[in-house]
Ligand binder design. Structure first.
Ligand SMILES: *Cc1c(COP(=O)(O)O)cnc(C)c1O
Length: 393
C-alpha cells in the first residue's frame, strides 16, 4: 500500500478516455460518452472481485458507510456495536445517522472480539460493524454466527481490507453489506472514492437511490425520475472511477508484492525478543498492507516506537497516541456537547467520556504497525530489517 506508488500508463489511459468525451457525470449522456461507463465498469469489477451480486460506488468510504447504514435502515435511536480501534469515520457515520455507537473490545487480531459483543447487546441493538483493520480480518465467521443468532444487521467496514480473504472467501462478502474506501492512501485509490457491496437486492436499490438524492434511475429524464426516498449526493465522478478501474486491475499484483515483503519483515520481527505479531485469523488471506506487532508492555512499545523513528524506519504507527484511529484521543467524540452542535439528536447522549475499553487499551498500548510499501527495493527491505534488529538490541 498505497496504490498511488504504482501509477502508470493504465491510469492515464482510463482518465484520458473520460477527458476525451468530456462526460464527467456517471449517469446519462449516453451518446456523448462514446461507450465509456467508468463507474459502472468499476462496480462490475468490484462485485466480481468480492464475489457479490451488487456494488455501488460512492464519493468516499465514509459516504459508503453512511449509505450502508441508510440502506440497511439503521438510524435514530438504534445502537450499533463497534470496535474502539478503527478510523474515526466508522463512528462519524453512525453518529451522523442519529444512531449510537456502542463499544465492544478488540482482541489480539486488533479487530472486534466476538466474545465481547454479546454483553453489549440490548433491545436497541440494530447492527454490528466489525472493522477489518490494517489489511487483515476480524474473526468474521463467529461474528456472522452471532449476528444471525440475535437477528442483527452485519455491515463490514472493509475500507482497509480490499483483497483480503477469510477461508478463501473475500472479506466484504460476509455481511448484509460491506464498505470499501478508495481514498488517496488506500491500496486501490481513485483519489477520493468508496463503495458498498451486497448480495441483497433491496439494500442495493436503497443504496444507489440514497447516494443520488433518492432518484430511482428509471427512465432517462432525470427531471421526471421518481425519488421514492430522501438521500444525499454521495456520487463518484467518472474521473475518479476511471483511476480506480485501472488500480483494481493491479490489486492481485500489489498484494503479491506486499505478502513477499511481509514474510521477510515477519521473520525479522519474530527473531526480536518479546515480539508477537498481530493474530491473523486466516494468515493466507492477509492483504499484507501492514505488519503489526505487539510488545510485552507499554513502556517497551513507546521506547521501540521512538527508536524506530530515530533510526529512520518510517511508516510506523503507535496507534495508542494517534488522534484518528483509537478511541483514547477522540475527545471531540467523547464530549459531543462541547463540539459544534450536531444535526441529529442521539437520544439524549452527548457525553461518551464514560466509555471504558480496558482490554483494548492494554493491547493498543503495546501495538506498533508498520506500513508495507510497494516501492521498496530488495535492498531497502534488507536495510529496514537491519535497522529493526538494531533497535531491539
Ligand atoms: C479510510 C477508512 C474509512 C473512510 O474512508 P474515506 O474514503 O477516507 O472516507 C473508514 N473506515 C476505515 C477503517 C478506514 O480506514
Amino acid at each position: 500500500m498505497p496504490g498511488f506508488e504504482i501509477f502508470g500508463e493504465e491510469e492515464k489511459r482510463q482518465v484520458q478516455d473520460v477527458l476525451e468525451t468530456g462526460v464527467l457525470f456517471r449517469y446519462g449522456f449516453d451518446k456523448a460518452r462514446k461507450g465509456h461507463w467508468k463507474a459502472l465498469s468499476f462496480e462490475k469489477e468490484l462485485a466480481k472481485k468480492i464475489g457479490v451480486t451488487h456494488a455501488h460506488l460512492c464519493s468516499s468510504g465514509t459516504a459508503a458507510l453512511s449509505t450502508a447504514l441508510a440502506a440497511c435502515g439503521v438510524g435514530a435511536g438504534d445502537e450499533v456495536i463497534v470496535p474502539p480501534f478503527t478510523f474515526i469515520a466508522t463512528i462519524e457515520s453512525i453518529v451522523m445517522a442519529g444512531a449510537i455507537p456502542v463499544f465492544a473490545e478488540i482482541d489480539d487480531s486488533l479487530c472486534l472480539d466476538p466474545s465481547s459483543i454479546e454483553s453489549k447487546i440490548t433491545e436497541k441493538t440494530k447492527a454490528v460493524i466489525p472493522v477489518h483493520m490494517c489489511g487483515a480480518m476480524a474473526k468474521i465467521d463467529s461474528i456472522v454466527d452471532l449476528c444471525k443468532k440475535h437477528g442483527l444487521i452485519l455491515i463490514e467496514d472493509a475500507c482497509q481490507a480490499l483483497g483480503a480473504t477469510f477461508n478463501n472467501k473475500p472479506i466484504g462478502s460476509f455481511g448484509d453489506a460491506a464498505c470499501f474506501s478508495f481514498d488517496a492512501v488506500k491500496i486501490v485509490t481513485c483519489g477520493e472514492g468508496g463503495g458498498i457491496v451486497t448480495n441483497n437486492e433491496k439494500i442495493y436499490t436503497n443504496a444507489f437511490m440514497f447516494a443520488d438524492h433518492g432518484h430511482d434511475h428509471i427512465g432517462n429524464d432525470r427531471g421526471l425520475e421518481n425519488h421514492p426516498i430522501l438521500g444525499l449526493n454521495f456520487r463518484i465522478c467518472e474521473l475518479n472511477a476511471a483511476v480506480g478501474l485501472a488500480q483494481l486491475a493491479k490489486l492481485d499484483r500489489m498484494i503479491g508484492i506486499q505478502r513477499k515483503t511481509k514474510k521477510i519483515l515477519s521473520e525479522t520481527l519474530l527473531s526480536c525478543a518479546g515480539v508477537t505479531l498481530q493474530n491473523i485469523p486466516d494468515p493466507a488471506g492477509d492483504s499484507a498492507t501492514f505488519i503489526s506487532f505487539i510488545l510485552p508492555d507499554e513502556d517497551r512499545a513507546r521506547d521501540i516506537s521512538k527508536k524506530l523513528a530515530q533510526e529512520g524506519v518510517d511508516g510506523c504507527f503507535y496507534w495508542f497516541d494517534n488522534n484518528w484511529h483509537y478511541i483514547r484521543q477522540w475527545n471531540h467524540f467523547k464530549n459531543l456537547s462541547s463540539t459544534a452542535r450536531l444535526p441529529v439528536s442521539l437520544d439524549g447522549y452527548n457525553d461518551f467520556s464514560f466509555i471504558k475499553t480496558p482490554v483494548s487499551d492494554s493491547i493498543m498500548s503495546r501495538t506498533i504497525s508498520m506500513q508495507i510499501k510497494l516501492s521498496w527495493s530488495d535492498e531497502e527491505i534488507k536495510e529496514r530489517c537491519n535497522r529493526i534488529r538494531k533497535n531491539f538490541k
